[in-house]
Design a protein around this ligand. Structure first.
Ligand code: 16G
Ligand code: MG
Length: 541
């Protein structure tokens, strides 16, 4: 076929470095930008095949999120704005690693296995972050799409969740929202204004934009908020380097403020990550101590708000919260015991959380690192809409349903979205009249510590029960159980990282000292029983 000949010719412009092997992981492909042009071209090809297979528009986002500026990456977005289907992650890896001479064979193989009809037309949406390498890499994606005869629409600089939104809008013929970045601003800002219209004026919010695309997009959206929220933006990309000493990941890991953030006592501050799909909040108390409000605190705030509205509306809809093993034990207890909501624990990785959240009428999911959103089932949305327009219902019930309607519109249900999450948090704080300190005080976190242990081969560690227990190597779980019994309110677990060549250790306990001691002792157990390399882990204090 002529298409294949053209593809083969064009691909020579994007040669694959000999011997380079990359894998499509939870975050797509991610590595130094210099190694990626051929991967981008080929993901353009794959997006065409995926589009033909699903008969829908597919998204391709060029970003490496919170990684250093020199890195880049690429992720495909499925028709409803979900992450790429698992089987296709395998095809992505296959295609990216094929040598030039095997490229057409690799393409034909996917076409055959998926019974793809090449006569239809394909449609691909492309977006990118602000990295210096992103523009040319995005061009490589677009060249790949064109080479296979697909139609490409370039949305330029967008946060990852905006591209998810745009793909979903396109494939629902605009029912999810207008198919434009402006449509996104309008949908979110109108919902925000509706929810907060009767709330008293608020102090401004300080936002760390990680020197990335989130800053640019927030700046563009702000006028649409019509003064209902004032943001003071730092790390807006005008001078600093992307993710350098700033951004959500930096703040979460360092447990400290990003560079450039002037935090007045008690002021609300938040940080986005480099592609705008994660957010954390924080403030300094009157003793100048730094307090982080991570994904667990966000999930609690949002689920409390929605649960209260459901109760007021008298709607019998089941609300569930999905967490990972990293969720602080206090958050899980608070949700289960005080709020009486169902809590589920799943393996690390956004797609696992998203998947389980779909089981509820209203599924709230957040990773402790600040990635999360809320999913409303079709049936739930339908009931809420019915009630909101039911003139015979009591005023209180109807107005709660109207607030829920706006909440649905404010949330980007396709994926975690720093801007949408920020607006929702701000709306909840405004409506409930809560300060950031009051929000923080909803429950008190157990002191916790995360450590890494280097081992010869991290695959010797296998886990079960949503990564909360190990099944190998022999004796490790027994050792961890015994250590957990030593301290009050103690819990710890270990798991091999999916993104780094290390074993991760998490421990929490009643006090800072015991949490640190437990984390250290568990690290030692991993080191001794799972083939630790280098120096033995040292006590923290
Ligand atoms: C990836 C995941 C993130 C997870 C992290 C864990 C997505 C989009 N991203 O970044 O959800 O928290 O990996 O990293 O799923 P780790 O396995 O190294 O601890
Ligand atoms: Mg990100």
């Amino acid at each position: 076929m002529a298409q294949f000949e053209a593809t083969y010719q064009k691909s020579a412009q994007y040669p694959k470095p000999a011997g380079l092997v990359l894998q499509y992981g939870t975050a797509g492909f991610r590595t130094n930008a210099k190694q990626l042009p051929h991967v981008m071209f080929r993901m353009g090809l794959l997006a065409v095949l995926r589009s033909l297979r699903t008969r829908a528009t597919i998204g391709v986002m060029v970003t490496a999120s919170h990684n250093p500026e020199e890195d880049n990456g690429v992720k495909l977005i499925d028709p409803m704005g979900e992450m790429l289907e698992l089987a296709w992650e395998g095809y992505a890896t296959q295609l990216a690693n094929a040598e030039q001479d095997g490229l057409v064979t690799a393409l034909r193989d996917i076409i055959e296995r998926e019974a793809i009809n090449m006569d239809h037309s394909a449609s691909v949406f492309v977006g990118r972050d602000t990295r210096p390498s992103s523009q040319s890499l995005s061009q490589a994606v677009q060249d790949g799409v064109s080479a296979l005869g697909g139609h490409c629409q370039d949305f330029g600089l967008v946060i990852t969740p905006q591209l998810h939104y745009l793909v979903c809008c396109q494939n629902t013929q605009g029912r999810y929202g207008d198919i434009s970045v402006e449509g996104y601003y309008k949908k979110l800002s109108e919902a925000f204004i509706k929810i907060t219209k009767n709330a008293p004026p608020r102090q401004p919010l300080r936002v760390d934009g990680a020197n990335g695309i989130g800053a640019l997009q927030l700046k563009a959206l702000e006028p649409y908020l019509q003064g209902q929220l004032t943001v003071l933006l730092t790390n807006d990309g005008s001078t600093g380097k992307l993710n350098h000493l700033c951004g959500a990941d930096y703040v979460k890991v360092q447990q400290g403020a990003p560079q450039g953030m002037e935090m007045g006592l008690g002021e609300r501050c938040c940080s986005f990550d480099g592609d705008g799909d994660r957010i954390v909040y924080y403030y300094n108390d009157d003793k100048g101590r730094f307090h982080l409000l991570d994904g667990d605190k966000i999930a609690t705030l949002i689920s409390t708000f929605i649960k209260e509205l459901l109760t007021k509306a008298g709607l019998d809809l089941q609300l569930g919260v999905v967490q990972t093993a990293y969720a602080n034990g206090s958050s899980t207890h608070y949700l289960q015991d005080n709020m009486k909501v169902i809590v589920r624990c799943v393996k690390t990785g956004v797609k696992h959380l998203h998947h389980v959240a779909l089981e509820f009428n209203v599924g709230v999911y957040f990773e402790a690192n600040g990635h999360g959103t809320v999913l409303f089932s079709k049936a739930a949305e339908e009931k809420i809409h019915q009630l909101a327009k039911d003139a015979s219902a009591a005023e209180e019930r109807r107005s709660a349903a109207a607030q829920l309607e706006s909440t649905i519109n404010l949330i980007n249900q396709t994926v975690g979205d720093a801007i949408s999450d920020m607006l929702l948090i701000e709306a909840v704080l405004a409506v409930k009249g809560l300060t950031v300190q009051q929000w923080d005080a909803i429950y008190t976190e157990l002191p916790n510590r995360q450590l890494k242990v280097k081992v010869a081969d991290r695959r010797v560690i296998n886990t079960t029960d949503a990564e909360r227990k190990t099944t190998s190597p022999a004796g490790l779980q027994e050792a961890i159980d015994e250590l957990n019994r030593k301290y009050r309110l103690a819990r710890s677990f270990v798991r091999p990282s999916g993104t780094e060549d290390v074993v991760r250790v998490y421990a929490e306990a009643e006090t800072r000292e015991t949490a640190d001691a437990l984390a250290h002792e568990v690290s030692l157990a991993v080191y001794r029983l799972a083939g630790g390399v280098g120096e033995e882990p040292k006590p923290l204090n």
